[in-house]
Design a protein around this ligand. Structure first.
Ligand code: PFF
Length: 447
């Protein structure tokens, strides 16, 4: 019941890059960097990505490519004990994240539609906020668009690993980069007073760097690199033997950080040149940006490509989340890939709709004052991802036979190369310690 393989190196890179580049890069990174010392944060971020996250990615890559099956079964095949539960946790996490991620994917589609129809034109900022709130409160639109977003992801999944996932990413990722370059050029060169935004993002302020900043950087890097829930593991099970995993991982990491930085350079100059305060996440993407676009020449075009950009980033990540669950359902229930995908369209359609409705004014799927959307978001990033990531590195570094790790990371080279020795040290010591500290910080045990 194998799902297939990625046919080319460039396709492999595009697919993995498609998973990692997502909403985490567009909104969360620029905001965190701006608030936490700008360029200084970027340096810390790159540092922890290399020392903490990259080892997790290489662990997932090694487990996945050596076993060539879904996350749960990969653990089970390597070790008979309860370790398969780590894979199960990954599948559950992917399900949970995808349920709210598809809602945001849906918002970007609605905003793309509005941009194409030029519906933002001539609307005051107050009216824009009212309309956005009314749209969320009504619930119908968000549910429909979330389902459209899920249906698109399902279609790509059904087309298959190579003809669907690989091909789609080979088209979508270059498009995404091209759009981002246009947006950055426009923001830096054509907006008045763009320097303030550039300064906000790039001014290095090392006084802001504390232990907590370091831990925030670990959390961000984890989410941004799609780690801790079997997405990289599942994609790795489609990577050919000839690919060199450490260099793929390094290239992906550099690409992911570059997109995050460029997103900041596209967004913040625009925000500052219109004297807007960099406020909270979804608001900046979905309220502030349309506002800015309608005040500038060529705004409708920029608005269309901006929301296309957000949508591309969201859908390519969504597909990777869906693939984790599809591979699991298809292989474990021994049903065809397309049947598994249709089952998930139905079940995830329900949980996704519940997430969308939990934010409406119907007051359903709200528990103790928290919407299901927020609960899923909170529980997955604060508990499921760090626990999953920690278990994965412990498994790869201490439970899995070392020959698997070594042959996967050196492409069968028997000699202990320096690079391999360094990676093994990071996997066994540095990464687990940092992730543990991050988890203690997230649950409030580090003051
Ligand atoms: N890396 C994605 C982002 O930065 O938005 C989020 C994500 C996608 C997390 C896929 C996990 C995953 F499996």
């Amino acid at each position: 019941m194998a799902q297939g393989t990625f046919k080319s190196s460039i396709g492999t890179f595009a697919a993995v890059a498609g998973s990692v580049v997502g909403l985490g890069n567009i909104w969360r990174f620029p905001y965190l960097a701006g608030e936490n010392g700008g360029f200084a944060f970027l340096i810390v971020y790159l540092f922890v990505s290399l020392l903490v996250s990259l080892p997790v990615m290489l662990s997932e890559f090694s487990i996945g490519r050596s076993q060539r099956c879904n996350a749960m079964r990969s653990f089970k095949q390597i070790s008979g004990g309860p370790w398969f539960l780590t894979g199960m946790l990954g599948v559950a996490t992917a399900y949970v994240i995808d349920s709210f991620y598809m809602v945001v994917g849906g918002w970007s589609l609605e905003f793309l539609r509005k941009s194409v129809m030029n519906e933002f034109s001539g609307i005051s900022p107050e009216r824009m906020t009212e309309e956005f709130n009314a749209y969320i409160a009504d619930g119908t639109g968000p549910v429909i668009w979330a389902l459209v977003s899920l249906a698109l992801a399902t279609t790509i999944i059904i087309l298959g690993v190579s003809k669907g996932i690989e091909k789609m990413n080979k088209i979508m990722m270059p498009t995404l980069v091209l759009i981002l370059v246009i947006l950055v050029i426009n923001s830096i060169f054509f907006l008045p007073n763009s320097q303030a935004g550039i300064d906000f993002l790039l001014h290095p302020d090392f006084s802001k760097i504390t232990f907590k900043t370091l831990l925030a950087a670990v959390g961000q890097s984890f989410f941004s690199l799609s780690l801790g829930m079997g997405a990289m593991l599942t994609y790795a099970s489609y990577i050919q033997e000839k690919e060199h995993l450490p260099s793929t991982a390094l290239r992906v990491m550099i690409f992911d950080s570059s997109i995050a930085l460029l997103s900041g350079l596209a967004i913040f100059p625009a925000v500052f040149s219109f004297g807007i305060d960099p406020s909270s996440g979804p608001h900046l993407l979905f309220l502030t940006m349309p506002n800015i676009f309608q005040q500038i020449i060529g705004g409708q075009f920029l608005s269309i490509i901006f929301f296309l950009f957000v949508f591309l980033a969201a859908i390519t990540s969504q597909v990777s989340l869906l693939e984790v669950v599809t591979a699991f359902v298809s292989e474990e229930l021994k049903i065809k890939r397309w049947k598994a995908a249709i089952w998930l369209l139905l079940t995830m359609g329900i949980t996704g709709s519940m997430c969308a409705l939990s934010q409406s004014d119907m007051d359903i799927f709200v528990f103790n004052g928290h919407s299901l959307f927020d609960i899923f978001d909170y529980v997955s990033s604060n508990y499921m991802l760090p626990i999953g990531g920690l278990l994965i590195v412990i498994f790869a570094g201490r439970i899995m036979p070392e020959r698997i790790l070594q042959s996967q990371l050196t492409n069968g080279n028997e000699k202990n190369t320096l690079g391999y020795t360094v990676i093994k040290f990071l996997i066994r010591y540095v990464s687990p310690i940092f992730i543990s500290l991050m988890f203690l910080d997230l649950i409030g045990l580090i003051k």
